[in-house]
Design a protein around this ligand. Structure first.
Ligand code: PEP
Length: 248
């Protein structure tokens, strides 16, 4: 009953011309997808990509959003700006932003609330570091990150939230959580949401897996009952590879 969602995170890759070409190549390959298909491109690519995917089943997403409506925040983009540029989705709290750009659970929450209240769909990333998994803290970490990220939202707001469980040790490393590990941790995240918003909201919310997901491992991961899709980095940069994931 939860429609799967596969989103590509292009990170800091593709000029506008390259982005338009990749989007063009993708259209025929994913047109019969049974899942929601999203591409989160660099912001400079929105204007090139949006007209290419207009009228197709591919939706546009951003990779970050500021929490203020406007003002003196040099280099940042507001939720209204993203919407005006054609974005429906925005990734929030990606581990690279937490690691390199000082993103905290508090700012992830502020961005999530701003995005959802402005009418964007937020893809909120949570996940443990390698040391945290080895120390046995995975469940505590992902529960805390999830509850913090969703603070000040309502159960209704969660219709516009997707959680991406991304174990940090599996991102861009070629290491993937086993199907069972990913399923179990996503179950823990769903339980945290049930504690915060009730069983109904928890049963409805879509929770993706992310971390070296590709055409070779997507089937196993997607056959797990808790896993509702994927956030795809490396494998989203090639039309054929991303289509393999989308058409799992
Ligand atoms: C990501 O950046 O969200 C990600 C999952 O990357 P990769 O698929 O390359 O591990």
């Amino acid at each position: 009953m939860r429609k799967p969602i596969i989103a590509g995170n292009w990170k800091m890759n593709k000029t506008p011309d390259e982005a338009a070409q990749l989007a063009k190549d993708l259209i025929p390959l994913v047109k019969d997808a049974k899942c929601d298909v999203v591409i989160c491109t660099p912001a400079v690519d929105f204007a090139a990509v949006k007209p290419v995917i207009e009228g197709t089943n591919i939706k546009l997403g951003a990779q970050n959003v500021h929490f203020a409506e406007k003002g003196a925040y040099t280099g940042e983009l507001s939720a209204d700006m993203l919407k005006a540029a054609g974005c429906e989705y925005v990734i929030i709290g990606h581990s690279e932003r937490r690691q390199y750009f000082g993103e905290t659970d508090k700012t992830v929450n502020l961005r999530t609330v701003a995005a959802v209240k402005a009418g964007l769909k937020a893809i909120v990333c949570v996940g443990e570091l390698k040391d945290e998994r080895e120390g046995g803290y995975t469940n505590a970490i992902v529960s805390y990150q999830t509850k913090m990220a969703l603070t000040n939202l309502t159960a209704e707001d969660l219709d516009n939230v997707v959680i991406a469980y991304e174990p940090v040790w599996a991102i861009g490393t070629g290491l993937t959580a086993t199907d069972e590990q990913a399923n179990e941790t996503i179950g823990v995240i769903r339980k945290a949401i049930a504690e915060q918003f009730g069983e109904e909201a928890a049963a409805k919310i879509r929770i993706q897996y992310g971390g070296s997901m590709n055409g070779g491992n997507v089937k196993g991961l997607m056959s797990q009952p808790e896993i509702d899709g994927g956030l795809i980095g490396g494998a989203s940069l090639t039309a054929e590879k991303f289509a393999q994931v989308v058409n799992f």
